[in-house]
Write a protein that binds this ligand. Sequence first.
Ligand code: HBI
Ligand code: FE
Length: 281
Amino acid sequence: MDWTIAQDWGSYSAAEHEMWDRLFARQTEMLPARVVPAFMEGLYVLRMTKPGIPDFDELNERLTRATGWQVVAVPGLVPDEMFFEHLANRRFVAGRFIRTPEQLDYLQEPDIFHDVFGHVPLLVHPVFADYMQAYGEGGLRAASLGMIEALARLYWYTVEFGLIRDGGDLKLYGAGIVSSYGESVFALDDPSPHRIAFDLQRVMRTCYRIDDYQQNYFVIDSFEDLLRQTRDADFGPIYECLRGHEPIDVGVLLPTDNVIHTGTQAYAKSTLKTPSAHWLR
Ligand code: HBI
Ligand code: FE
């Protein structure tokens, strides 16, 4: 049981295709100036500009030719080790359902727009494709060492909510950001969040929120640098060091941080929820 199901593309309704087109138009109208160029290149290579929900069979013909990756449909979140197993074999698991109009701006569970529009275009980029597979392999090792939480933070602050330098600018690349209209603006323009240069151990110790915009964003220099820092790292000593340290709360800056922007945290303070335990990981 690998948790995969048929996408059954023929069963999507006109309303579901229209929802995809509505989300796609809203994002592609605002992303070109904000998102890392490799993302837009991936959209074109995969012909994702075609109207309607992408048919995974068509998508995979191009994606597999580009980097050996394929998208497989799953019913929802799959168990961590199964998730890592798929990534380690260049299979990206994607929900096949699409959000309803009421969920336009936020839903807790990743839908096909988050998974396919957000995550898949960068899988065309050879170095990012290598990073995602290395992440899967690292996840399987972490699972055997009881360090999944540290790996999940790395995923969260790179694959889901990462920023990247592009010349003198900061650009978006995290899927959780690029699939969200509001956060695509907030992550770059809002003075509230901290923007901190990526540091592997710092990220693996840093808690994150799943219920609202991030209070911290971490900035990589390039996908090459991210891959170099992770694939070749010896995680043994890193895990030993992590075991000896408390997690770092969201919104906190350390004296050792290379801070790119010191956030006001005004947004987080203004939307102060009583973050229950499951919202901080
Ligand atoms: N399952 N379908 C799906 N999609 C994800 O992004 C996902 C998952 N399971 C676990 C998971 N992500 C993260 O917790 C990993 O970082 C462990
Ligand atoms: Fe995701």
